[in-house]
Design a protein around this ligand. Sequence first.
Ligand code: COA
Ligand code: MG
Length: 296
Amino acid sequence: MTDTLRPRRSALYMPGSNTRALEKAKTLDVDCLILDLEDAVAPDVKQDARQNITAAVKGGGYGDREVVIRVNGMDTPWAGDDLVAAVNAAPDAILIPKVNAPADLERVAQQLKVLDAPKGLELWAMMETPEAMLNAAAIGACGKDAGVNLSCFIMGTNDLAKETGARLLPGRTVMIPWLMTCVAAARAGGIDIIDGVYNNFQDAEGFSAECAQGADMGMDGKTLIHPKQIEACHAAFSPSEDEIAWARRINAAFAEPENAGKGAIQVDGKMVERLHAEMGRRVIAIADAIAARSAV
Ligand code: COA
Ligand code: MG
């Protein structure tokens, strides 16, 4: 579980085989980078991609961006070497694909221990198999298991569609039960959750609508496939000026001496409870964290 609040509004994937993208990432205003060894990399260039990613992460230059390496699935021939390379490169987190159950993460945690990985190294889990949807609560609970150090779910909606037969339609009606189940599982485990990708990166309108939907669902951010998606993503997942002002107003109201003993008060004609003040403090903390990183 993460103890410091980090904005995770955007997580841009890039194939480890694409050195231009690995370099370009250093200039992009994005919260997280997912350097991929898995689906975006063809089998015959897996080894090159591993070398590129190791060199890039070791070389640094990514500033405040959270650097995450997505390794190949644990049942593939590449997984062992991927984990060794990832530990050697020392990113912020390793993203495990096709997680089906807590045991999958526990096994990786065990391997990391054998590799003497630093304690602070986080695990992120792709939620993208039918099994994961059925085991979401148990997987999310790994967020409370110090031995696993799980800090984030990434929704893998393309794989989920492939494995279940469910269609990825505008509005994502058929996916909503799984998406919301994973939001609840993440929150119960005290971890973050980042929404799936929007494949048609030329469709700005459809993308914005899906960002807004993810934000309404309670997602912390969205995974992206192209730099042109970053700006709209940040617009959807950053607290607005109005939200920040409202959060400050209700916290100020509860701080008034006459409201000290009250659980519910009236602000601008609306009923607010202490839980709203608490939600407001999270909004303020996220806004402050975003402002702090834009200032760098
Ligand atoms: N990360 C970093 N930079 C990227 C990028 C990415 N995901 N996608 C594109 N760029 C860069 C390009 O290198 C190019 O930079 P340059 O002009 O400075 O050289 C610029 O953005 C414009 O790219 P563009 O020509 O529009 O796209 P492309 O044809 O180079 O790439 C894709 C299109 C879809 C192949 C590419 O965006 C991509 O590989 N996305 C990620 C796919 C992925 O990782 N999928 C796995 C998870 S779903
Ligand atoms: Mg996948």
